[in-house]
Each structure stands twice: as C-alpha cells, then as structure tokens.
Design a protein around this ligand. Structure first.
Ligand code: CTP
Length: 417
C-alpha cells in the first residue's frame, strides 16, 4: 500500500470527519500531509489538522512562506496518493475544467497519478445534471470516486450525497492499492475500433466492441500495474482506476500512444485495438452527394502502431503484445504476423465464425511467441512448443489468463525496482 497520503479538504460540514480520517490513516502507518481550501478552514481550523498530521497545513497557493516550505509541485511529487475528502460540487467542477485557483486544484493538476475523490454534498446538488456531467468526465480520466453514500445529510434532508465514514474510506483505499505481481509497472492498452471519416456524416470502421481491450486494462490494473487505455469509440465505461484517453481515428490513436511513451517509458504495450489499416485519401468537408455513377474510394495506408512501438530503440521499447483477428489458419497467419510486427507475443483469434470474437462476450486465443524470446528474458529452459491455446471463456477470464501469462513469461524474473 502507498505510504504518503496528501489529504485535500474542501469546505463542507463533512470536513470534521476528515480530522478522524487523518487519525486513522496515521494509525495505519501512512505519512499524512493536509491541504485545505479557504472555505474548509471555516469549518475546521487548520491547527486541528496540523496537530493530527504532525505537519504544517498548506492552505495558500500564493503564500511565499508556504510555497518555499513545501510548494504545490513538491507536494504533488511527495504524495503517493492524493485523497480529496470531502470533495464538494464546486471542487469537482473546478477539477473538471483544469482550473488552478487554489492549492488543491494546483496539486491535482501537477500530480502524475489521478487523485481519489470522496464527494460530500446535498443530494440535489449531487444529482444535478451539471455535477453528474462533471462526475462522468472525472471518472473517464481514471479518477476514482469513493461514494457518496446515502443517509441523513447535514442540511436536514436524507438521500445520496453523504460522505463515507472514515473507516469505510480506509477500507476502500486498501482495495484501491492492488499489490499484484505487476505493481510498479506501467502498461498501455489500445482498444476498440477506429473510425476513419469520409465526410461529416460517414466513416469507415469495424465491428470491434472494445470488450477484450477493456477487460485487459482491468486485469492489468488488478495485477497492480498503472494502466492507460487508449480507446476508439465504444460504449463501455473505463475500468475504475484506469486512465482512459479517447480517440476516433488511427492517426489520433497513434499520436496518443506516442505522446504517452514520450512522457515516461512504458513497461508493457498491448495492442488490442482493431485499427483501420486504411483511411479515405480525402475527407470531404460537406456531405458527399450521390449520382448515377458507381463510386470508387481512394484509401491511404495508416501507420502500424504496434510495428512502430516494437521498433523503438531498446531503452524506450516496452514489451509488445499484439492481437490478430484471423479468418484462416490461425497458427500460420499468426506466426507470420508475430514476425512481421516484431511483437514479443501475439494473441490470435478466429473471427467471422459462429461464436467468440468481435462483439461476443466470449473468446478463445492462441498465444504465439518467438523461439527463446520469453525464455531469454527469464533465463528459463526453452519450451518445446511456442504456442499455447486458451480455450473459449468469458473475455474477463481470458484477459486475466493472458495477463498471468505475460507476467510469468516476461516480468516474473525481472521484478521492477
Ligand atoms: N495494429 C496496429 N496498427 C495498425 C494496424 C494494426 O497497431 N495500423 C495492431 C493491432 O492492434 C493488432 C495487430 O496490429 O495488435 C494486428 O492487427 P490486425 O488487424 O490483425 O493485422 P493487420 O496488420 O491489419 O494485418 P492484416 O490486415 O493483413 O491481417
């Protein structure tokens, strides 16, 4: 479990519960620092939090004294986990907009890992479409919300909006920090189809539902990895705790993947998206009108994301896992694709049959890898057959089995420092 917790307190009656939360967190062995909005200090004095945390409380972004002691950038770097409790409707709105108008929003914007929010507000405010829209945006960025719960509210009403009790927050935090075998590893998963526009109303796409990629992101997160999901248009919610970047076209997916790789080296790249190999050579600004003649579309090749990531120099190259949706001889086509793309592992599956594949909840995979590739990394004895079949099962189970395979063959011998 993470050690340094930075607790942000917003202005709400529930701020009194946060004082107890600091006590519980310290008893659990966390180092705790507190930052407060100006409104929060009107509910509970900063001295209370200073005494309970054993550290000065940050309240002012523009106070030279506070910034020189431990400024917002240092606080953001110090924190293993940022917890905002209570998180008010106003804070959620400011966070959604990326505003930096107090110490809490500044730290959240400067932090590498997304904060965890514990909302507390009147139920009408919570259910208001504006707050719900902000909640959706916040969750789509991989920010976790704990609660709110239902019950009696400070305003005298009863309903949804109550801040979780400190013990429950602590329990939920324990669940949020999976101590799996991939802890400390970073992974990027591409998922879903891409859409290649022809004109403002039409596009070329495919049948990918994104279910396999989303299940893989979830399984990697459960194994302890920090996961970014670069997703084409699908109707799935991102798994909690996974940062999702939404894209439409293959070129946008390419840019999002390389932007993430440029930020910090990745340990694992899983190319699960059904990326369109071609895009219309021209995108018409207006709707294309029909006439009596047949129409011929001219298409241009899209870059191959997996091939380019796998060709990165060794110091920037993550372990690369590809997928192959085939309609023929899986083994022959898969082995050829594994070599052509330069991937470390290829998960091939049959599509177009009666069961499994694109839109289904179930699938079966044939895993193929290079001679000595996995063994070279782990120093194991070579395996006789460079192939393993994962039989038909729900995609979530299949994803967990694939993640176990990846962990055992490519990471188990080389734990992260
Ligand atoms: N892929 C990619 N970028 C592309 C095309 C594919 O990253 N522009 C990745 C997919 O995410 C998948 C793998 O390459 O992991 C194989 O995709 P697939 O569509 O099966 O292969 P293609 O390269 O398109 O080969 P073909 O169409 O000839 O079967």
């Amino acid at each position: 479990m993470k050690k340094n917790i930075l607790l942000g307190v917003c202005g709400g009656v529930a701020a009194y519960k946060s004082a107890e939360l600091v006590r519980l967190l310290r008893r659990e062995g966390f180092e705790v620092r507190v930052m407060m909005t100006a409104a929060a200090t009107r509910f509970v004095g900063s001295l209370t939090f200073q005494a309970l945390s054993g550290h000065p409380v940050a309240t002012d972004l523009l106070d030279a004294g506070q910034e020189s002691a431990m400024g917002h950038i240092h606080l953001a770097r110090w924190a293993d986990r940022i917890l905002i409790a209570p998180a008010t409707a106003n804070f959620m709105a400011r966070l959604t907009q990326g505003m930096v108008d107090d110490i809490l929003t500044a730290v959240c914007l400067a932090a590498r890992a997304p904060p965890v929010l514990v909302p507390a507000m009147n139920s009408a405010m919570w259910l208001n479409p504006a707050t719900q829209a902000n909640r959706e945006i916040i969750e789509s960025r991989g920010i976790r919300l704990l609660g709110p719960g239902r019950g009696e509210l400070a305003c005298g009403e009863s309903g949804e909006g109550r801040m979780l009790e400190p013990e429950e927050i602590l329990n939920r935090l324990r669940e949020l920090s999976p101590t799996g075998p991939l802890q400390g590893r970073s992974a990027l998963v591409t998922a879903g189809p891409t859409r290649e526009p022809l004109d403002p109303v039409r596009f070329i796409s495919n049948r990918s539902s994104g279910k396999m990629g989303y299940a893989l992101a979830e399984a990697l997160q459960a194994a302890g990895a920090s996961v970014t999901l670069v997703s084409g248009p699908v109707s799935l919610a991102p798994p909690p705790g996974v940062e999702r970047v939404r894209v439409e076209t293959a070129l946008e997916m390419y840019d999002a993947v390389f932007a993430r790789i440029d930020q910090a080296p990745l340990d694992l790249f899983v190319a699960c998206a059904a990326v369109a190999d071609y895009r219309p050579a021209e995108v018409s600004a207006g709707k294309i009108k029909k006439n009596d003649a047949n129409m011929t579309l001219s298409l241009t090749r899209n870059p191959d994301i997996l091939t380019e990531v796998a060709a990165l120099p060794a110091d920037r190259r993550p372990c690369c896992v590809g997928f192959a949706a085939e309609t023929g001889d899986i083994r022959r086509l898969g082995e050829e694709k594994l070599r052509r793309k330069g991937a470390d592992l290829l998960a091939a599956n049959l599509v177009g049959g009666t069961q499994g594949g694109f839109e289904d909840d179930n699938n079966a995979l044939t895993l193929l890898w290079h001679d000595g590739q996995a063994e070279k990394r782990c120093g194991d004895a070579p395996v006789a057959d460079l192939r393993m079949d994962l039989p038909m099962m729900p995609k979530r189970e299949l994803a967990a089995a694939l993640v176990s395979f990846i962990e055992e063959h490519f990471f188990a011998c080389n734990p992260s420092s």
